[in-house]
Design a protein around this ligand. Structure first.
Ligand code: ATP
Length: 614
């Protein structure tokens, strides 16, 4: 490959003015590029870089190309050493033409700044006209472009040689380039040196792929659960290892790719990316698979179905076992756990796996109903039971749940005086609606839940001991997310699949998520994922941004909750919620809502004003 002689001003002038070119006098690759530039309206009198990434976007792009950077930078530096006496600069460019890294002579780097030839700039033919980087990127061949061979004037005083870089799969991954001021008179072998460097980088990719494979096997030896059918794939999803329990059912795995498993009736349960400790890019996946038929059989024999993420943690496996046992009987279950840990999901799963599954599942949050209304909400009332009562009467939650399951959430919030009535219903298994005389027999399973310590409430005299023993028959403790962090990837995958969000989280983002304490548990996790999805869509932000999001949100949420608690007491907030709910139910009919809530109309209007609802 020889360095092409610069063209003269006359040829360039004629082409940009008239589009006329004597193609014999010009390298055909350059002629072709000039025509393309002219066609797509590139300005020959400009040619400075215009699309320049912000620092954040450049960081994200570097992150995405971290393997390329890791492989190529040492060779770029070697090349720089060879030409250290020259005024050259040395650049690494990604597959889309963005400059990821620029090193070399400080004076030349400064000079390059005047045409925006800097890190983060998009240096393609479309943006800046014919140039070694942009043209090599289009034709995927090494090329040197000097002086007026550049289509636009901004580069007329430059010479540059570029070559494409390929990875171990012969996929094009970027460009390596040397640029120099035209008066630097670099030797004619510079293009050869650039090509050799690109080749050396490709060899490095090959060696690294062997090292990655070794690391994958090393990580495989740490696989925790030998009873789960696990396969290990490389980053191209080629199966490289299967664990013991698959050795008798998956024979020809050595030539298989992940997608071949679908054709053999296997289902992917979880897919967990594995990262290199060296270049931090994905090197493969650990995949938990399951035979399709097994799943069908499970459905057929009605083995316990949990409608949510089970994960792989031991602690949650025990919860599922408890649910399974409880579902087979009519035992009264009491679920404890912090807010957002999935107590209601657990309650539902017990109901829908029990013989009552065809009956109703009725949930009521005892903490969200004003004290005065809880009686009518639970037990119902008959026609004309009190002023403002609905003419048709009202079926209470107990009656609504007849034949099924009643889930009393936040049972610890139930007013003390109401606890006696509740105890009586549980003992007598019948209900008399408010204002009524005829008892209604009940056939229901009771599940209660609380995030509070009921023992403590009993000790403080806030919860009746007799009621406590009536409901605390079969306790199930749902663990907080921080005690089952190994389930985080399964939750993330669940969320991504549910929202059709094809994104894979990098290892450092995973680490940040793993380190967070998740005070709001699964609800908080889903909220965080939702915010990231809405704000960043497919371009997962850099780890530092996610980290700062946590700090920012934490602060904001703390402030917001302080503000709202200063404005409204808990009781007031409950009252406001109840009024809003009733207005929604009555389609905004104030008279009807006030009547149902048994609040005089004038008071009701005052409250609407107080809560900013009028
Ligand atoms: N195992 C799970 N798989 C998928 N989603 C879950 C799981 N557990 C909980 N969630 C989701 O997390 C959120 C909170 O769950 P849930 O309402 O059951 O928690 P909770 O403990 O009852 O909360 P609270 O104490 O605030 O009533 C819901 O959106 C629920 O769908």
């Amino acid at each position: 490959m020889k360095v092409i002689n610069p063209l003269n001003q006359e040829i360039w002038d004629r082409f940009v003015r008239e589009g006329a070119l004597d193609t014999i006098r010009i390298n055909k690759r350059i002629a072709e590029s000039w025509y393309l530039c002219r066609q797509s309206g590139v300005n020959p009198y400009d040619g400075k870089g215009k699309v320049i990434l912000s620092q954040d976007s450049l960081m994200t792009r570097k992150k995405r190309n971290q393997k390329l950077l890791y492989m190529a930078i040492p060779f770029l530096e070697k090349l720089q050493k060879v030409y250290e006496k020259s005024k050259s600069i040395f650049l690494l460019v990604d597959r889309n033409g963005y400059v990821l890294c620029a090193k070399g002579n400080q004076q030349t780097l400064k000079r390059a700044e005047s045409i925006n030839f800097v890190e983060g700039v998009k240096w393609t033919e479309d943006e800046v006209g014919t140039n070694a980087i942009g043209t090599a990127l289009r034709i995927k061949e090494p090329i040197t472009i000097v002086g007026m061979e550049h289509y636009s004037v901004a580069s007329h005083l430059w010479g540059c040689s570029a070559a494409p870089i390929y990875n171990e799969h012969r996929e094009f991954v970027g460009i390596i380039n040397v640029s120099y001021p035209i008066d630097d008179h670099l030797d004619e072998y510079v293009l050869g040196a650039v090509v050799s460097t690109a080749y050396a980088i490709e060899q490095r990719f090959h060696i690294q792929s062997k090292e990655d494979e070794l690391e994958l096997f090393k990580q495989a030896s740490n696989i925790d659960n030998p009873d789960l059918p696990i396969v290990l794939c490389d980053e191209k999803e080629k199966i490289v290892w299967i664990n013991h329990c698959l050795r008798h059912s998956l024979f020809n795995w050595k030539d298989m790719y992940l997608e071949d498993l679908y054709n053999q009736d296997w289902l992917i349960q979880t897919k967990f990316p594995l990262y290199s400790n060296i270049h931090h890019d994905v090197i493969g996946y650990r995949i938990h698979i399951q035979k399709k038929k097994e799943k069908k059989r499970q459905h057929a024999s009605m083995i316990f179905q949990f409608d949510g993420v089970k994960g792989t943690s031991k602690i949650f496996e025990n919860v599922i076992k408890c649910c399974e046992r409880a579902a087979k009987t009519d035992v009264t279950v009491h679920i404890t756990g912090e807010t957002g840990t999935g107590k209601e999901v657990v309650a539902r799963s017990i109901h829908f796996n029990s013989p009552r599954k065809n009956g109703p599942f009725i949930a009521i949050n005892c903490g969200a109903i004003p004290k005065d209304l809880i009686g009518s909400e639970l037990f119902g009332y008959v026609e004309g039971a009190f002023t403002g009562a609905k003419r048709t009467g009202h079926k209470g939650k107990f009656e609504q749940a007849n034949g099924g399951t009643l889930f009393l959430d936040e049972i610890g919030e139930i007013p003390y005086e109401m606890q006696v009535a509740l105890l009586r219903v549980l003992q007598e298994k019948q209900i008399v609606p408010i204002g009524g005389t005829k008892p209604i027999p009940l056939d229901i399973r009771i599940i209660t839940a609380t995030h509070r310590n009921l023992y403590e409430l009993v000790r403080l005299g806030k919860f009746r001991e007799d009621l406590f023993y009536r409901i605390y028959v079969y306790p199930i403790q749902v663990p907080p997310l921080r005690q089952r962090k190994e389930d985080l990837p399964s939750f993330i995958q669940y969320y991504c699949e549910k929202n059709d969000w094809p994104i894979s989280f990098t290892q450092d983002v995973m680490e940040v998520l793993m380190k967070h304490d998740w005070p709001g548990n699964i609800r908080e996790l889903f909220n965080v994922l939702e915010r990231i999805r809405v704000q960043y869509e497919e371009n997962l932000p850099d780890v530092s941004i996610i980290q700062s999001m946590f700090t920012h949100w934490d602060k904001r949420e703390r402030n917001e909750s302080n503000e709202s608690s200063q404005q409204l007491s808990f009781r007031e907030q409950m009252e406001k919620n109840c009024i809003m709910e009733m207005l929604e139910k009555t389609a905004g009919n104030v008279t009807a809502a006030a009547a149902i809530l048994n609040i005089p109309r004038s008071t009701f209007y005052r409250k609407l004003k107080k809560y900013g609802l009028s």
